[in-house]
Design a protein around this ligand. Structure first.
Ligand SMILES: *[C@@H]1O[C@H](CO)[C@@H](O)[C@H](O)[C@H]1NC(C)=O
Ligand SMILES: *[C@@H]1O[C@H](CO)[C@@H](O)[C@H](O)[C@H]1NC(C)=O
Length: 379
């Protein structure tokens, strides 16, 4: 009964349940750079990890999930909307993966800034770009030798016609923003975006002409952030989100948007698209009931009491001894009622909602206040 009602609500709010061909432009291939928000198995392939249930359960991914969600990610829904298959991760070596329609370099924990010894992910943006350069060089060489692999590899012209997507930065922008001055936060953002720009420039030099970036989500509304930094009630807004973290995300997004605008004017022969995920995500949290969700912040898969069901000592699916007893961070019954899968990443249902909003085209390169100066250091 509840399931039927839910489906009915979804039908009401998502008029396009099938996204096929609803993408603004048709691209033959997609090359994606990012972190766990768009990883489709890169990190798990690199680290030799199997991600199984409850991950991927909303889409029957089984052991092939490779995604930190109960199902599909935004990048999956967008690929679907382009009529293209899901992206294979660059490092995947099993089962003759096809890279015909692109390749995914995104991996969990990755940063824009170079990795350090303590980084979870060694493949910072510069390395992901280097991986792409190697990918392209090898593909062109193989294609020139024989057409035998044509079915698995992009054609030469796909590199110029393809879409270069970015969803990265969330792992760079860390810290307790309440104890930082806005100047310090801006400094941090400038450093990140200078490196971001360098990566995009390398790709442009290589012939990339279609760029697409997702801005930062409302990180102040994530159970993980709230668990870690939410010690004081005065730090929350009326939605229960951490004010300083959402402000930092907004500042990052303003600067990212300006960077993208700058690239747009610099690259007159390229298409440069900025996509405002933050606004969609925050609206989803604020108005979740209207979009068919019951839990805007609480993690579906986690451990701990409401309102967060999150504990940084144990992650989704794990069993561990905590405070003297063995506990498991289990998944909730119906992930479609939750925005958050594990306190950091979104559910299949939330990703589907956000993707459907992206495809309304209302959130591209939105009107931008020229009062915000572009603060990237000039080279
Ligand atoms: C930019 O996008 C348009 C479609 O909106 C396409 O016709 C054009 O070829 C693209 N430009 C480049 C440089 O790929
Ligand atoms: C929630 O929905 C209302 C009505 O559409 C809208 O005005 C408001 O901006 C939304 N809240 C957020 C945070 O987007």
């Amino acid at each position: 009964m509840a399931g039927k009602l839910k489906a009915f609500i979804l039908l009401l709010t998502l008029p396009t349940l099938s996204f096929t061909n609803s993408f603004p432009v048709q691209y033959p291939a997609v090359f994606n750079f990012g972190d766990s928000n768009s990883e489709t198995g890169e990190f798990v392939a690199g680290r030799g990890v199997l991600i199984g249930l409850p991950y991927g359960r909303a889409y029957n991914f089984g052991k092939l999930a490779g995604r930190i969600s109960d199902g599909r990610l935004i990048v999956d829904f967008l690929m679907d909307a382009m009529g293209l298959p899901f992206l294979n991760p660059y490092l995947n070596a099993i089962g003759a993966p096809s890279f015909k329609n692109g390749c995914n370099f995104a991996a969990a924990g990755c940063t824009v800034l170079p990795a350090t010894g303590s980084s979870i992910c060694p493949y910072s943006l510069r390395i992901q770009v280097a991986q792409f350069l190697r990918f392209k060089a090898l593909v062109l060489e193989l294609q020139s030798e024989s057409k035998e692999l044509d079915r698995h590899l992009p054609s030469e012209d796909y590199f110029g016609k393809g879409l270069y997507m970015f969803d990265i930065g969330q792992n760079d922008l860390g810290g307790d923003f309440d104890s930082m001055s806005s100047h310090q936060v801006l400094d941090m953002i400038q450093t990140i975006l200078t490196e971001f720009k360098a990566g995009v420039e390398v790709l442009y030099e290589e012939g990339a002409r279609n760029f697409w970036v997702h801005n930062m989500r409302a990180v102040g509304c994530m159970a993980q952030t709230i668990f870690t930094f939410g010690t004081d009630k005065s730090r929350f807004d009326e939605l229960g989100c951490l004010i300083s973290h959402n402000q930092a995300a907004k500042l990052f997004n303003q600067q990212l948007h300006e960077l993208w605008r700058k690239l747009k004017s610099q690259y007159s022969d390229a298409n440069v698209t900025y996509t405002d995920i933050f606004t969609i995500h925050l609206d989803l949290i604020a108005n979740h009931t209207r979009y068919g969700f019951k839990q805007p912040i609480m993690a579906c898969c986690g451990y701990g009491a409401p309102p967060l069901n999150y504990d940084s000592r144990i992650s989704c699916g794990q069993t561990q001894v905590l405070d003297g007893r063995s506990v498991t961070a289990e998944a909730c019954k119906d992930g479609a009622e939750y925005v958050s899968w594990d306190g950091t990443h979104l559910t299949d249902a939330a990703n589907q909602y956000i993707s459907s909003e992206i495809l309304t085209r209302k959130h591209f390169d939105p009107l931008f206040s020229d009062k915000t100066p572009f603060l990237l250091k000039s080279e």
